[in-house]
Design a binder for this molecule. Structure first.
Ligand code: KG4
Ligand code: ZN
Length: 351
C-alpha cells in the first residue's frame, strides 16, 4: 500500500494530508480567506507569506495524528503547477526539504490532475475511462480520462473560467470574495428566469457551433450592463439566480452531450465550482436521464485540498514516476504536459 504526504499551496489554502491509496489518513487546512477578503480577491504576496507561516504547523499536526514518521512514507507529493508561483514555491520547497532529509521520492503534481483525482476519494473503485467536467477558479474544461491516467481535453472555455465568472459577478453584485459560495447561497431566493442572459457559444471556423467549448465573458458583461442600467436597490437575488441558471445550463448541456458522444458512462465533476448546489443537482438529474453515472466529491474535496494531491501522488508513484529535485513551479501548464514533471526512467535505466 502506497502512503504519501501531500502539500497543496497553489492559491489561497495551505493544505497538507497523508493519503494511503485512496484513503485519507489525516488532513489539515489553513484558509487565508479572511486575509484576502479586504482586497476583494487573492493577493499573491500575502498568499505566499501566509503559506510560509502556516505550513510547519500543519505538517506537525498530520504527523501527530497518524503517528507516522516521514521516513515511513513512500513519497512526498506537492502541487507544482499551475498556480501562483510564489505560493507554489512554499509548498514545493517544504516537500523538497523533507524529500532530501528523509531520502523519500519527490512527486510534483499538476493541480488539475489533483482535482480530477478527488473523484477517487469519493469513489475508491472508480477506474478510467470517464469524462471529467473540471470547473475551478482558473480552469474550465471537459477532459476524457483514459486508461493509464492520461488526459484528452475535449472542450474548454475560450475566456473566463467559470469560477472566475462567479467571482466577478459576485463582485458586481457587491457580494464580496469568494464569490461562488455567495451566489450559491443567494440564487435560490431569486427568480432564475427574471433576466434572459446570453449563453456564450463558440463558432467553428467552417460554420456551426463547437459542441463542447464555452465562453463566460459575454455573460459576465451582460450582468455588468444590467447592474449599470437597473435602478437601485439592485434585484441581486434575481440577477444571481439568472446568472447561475445560465451557467449551469451551459455546463450541463455540454457535459452530457460530450459524455454521450464519447460513449463515456461515468461523469466526474471536480474543482471549486463543483461545490455549487444547483450544478450538482441539475447535472445529476440530466445524467440520470441518459443513464450516466455522476460522481461529485464531497464539498471539502471540490475546493482546493491536499487529499486530492495525495491521491494523484499515489497514482504517479505506482506508475514509477518520480520528480527530480530540480523541479520548479510554473504558473501555467497544460494537463497534456504532465509527463515533463517526471524523470525519464527509460533514459536513466538505459544510461
Ligand atoms: O478549485 P478551486 O478551489 O481553486 C482553483 O483551483 O481555482 O476553485 C475556486 C473557485 C472560485 O472561483 C470560487 O468562487 C468557486 O470555485 N466556488 C464556487 C462555489 N464554491 C467555490 N462557485 C460556485 N458555487 C460554489 N458553491
Ligand atoms: Zn483548484
Amino acid at each position: 500500500m502506497t502512503t504519501v504526504l501531500a502539500i497543496e499551496t497553489s492559491c489561497d489554502e495551505t493544505a497538507v494530508a497523508i493519503v494511503r491509496e485512496r484513503q485519507v489518513l489525516a488532513e489539515a487546512v489553513a484558509s487565508q480567506i479572511p486575509q484576502h477578503q479586504a482586497y476583494g480577491g487573492v493577493v499573491p504576496e500575502i498568499a505566499s507569506r501566509q503559506h510560509l507561516e502556516a505550513i510547519n504547523c500543519l505538517l506537525q499536526r498530520v504527523q501527530q495524528e497518524t503517528n507516522l514518521s516521514w521516513a515511513q512514507l513512500d513519497g512526498i507529493a506537492a502541487t507544482c503547477a499551475p498556480g501562483l508561483v510564489g505560493a507554489l514555491n512554499i509548498g514545493l520547497a517544504a516537500a523538497k526539504t523533507l524529500a532530501v532529509l528523509y531520502q523519500r521520492p519527490l512527486v510534483g503534481i499538476h493541480h488539475l490532475e489533483g482535482h480530477i483525482c478527488s473523484a477517487y476519494l469519493a469513489a475508491p473503485d472508480l477506474q478510467p475511462p470517464f469524462l471529467c467536467l473540471l470547473v475551478s477558479g482558473g480552469h474550465t474544461s471537459l477532459v476524457a480520462v483514459q486508461h493509464g491516467q492520461t488526459y484528452n481535453p475535449l472542450g474548454q472555455t475560450h475566456d473566463d473560467a467559470v469560477g472566475e465568472a462567479f467571482d466577478k459577478v459576485a463582485r458586481l453584485l457587491g457580494l464580496g470574495y469568494p464569490g461562488g459560495p455567495a451566489i450559491d447561497r443567494l440564487a435560490p431566493t431569486g427568480n432564475p428566469h427574471a433576466f434572459a442572459l446570453p449563453e456564450g457559444k463558440i463558432s467553428l471556423p467552417g460554420g456551426g457551433i463547437h459542441p463542447y467549448d464555452m465562453s463566460f465573458s459575454g455573460l459576465k458583461t451582460a450582468v455588468r450592463r444590467l447592474v449599470e442600467q437597473l435602478p437601485t436597490p439592485l434585484p441581486s437575488a434575481d440577477l444571481a439566480a439568472s446568472f447561475q441558471y445560465t451557467v449551469v445550463q451551459a455546463l450541463t448541456r455540454r457535459a452530457i452531450r460530450c459524455a454521450v458522444d464519447q460513449g463515456l458512462t461515468t461523469l466526474v465533476v471536480a474543482g471549486g465550482v463543483a461545490a455549487n448546489r444547483e450544478l450538482r443537482q441539475t447535472l445529476t438529474t440530466a445524467a440520470q436521464r441518459q443513464g450516466i453515472q455522476v460522481i461529485i466529491p464531497p464539498l471539502k474535496y471540490c475546493t482546493d485540498n491536499a487529499a486530492m494531491i495525495g491521491c494523484a501522488g499515489v497514482l504517479r508513484l505506482k506508475q514509477g514516476q518520480v520528480s527530480p529535485l530540480t523541479l520548479t513551479s510554473r504558473s501555467r501548464m497544460a494537463l497534456t504536459d504532465i509527463s515533463t514533471l517526471y524523470e525519464d526512467h527509460s533514459r536513466t535505466n538505459s544510461g
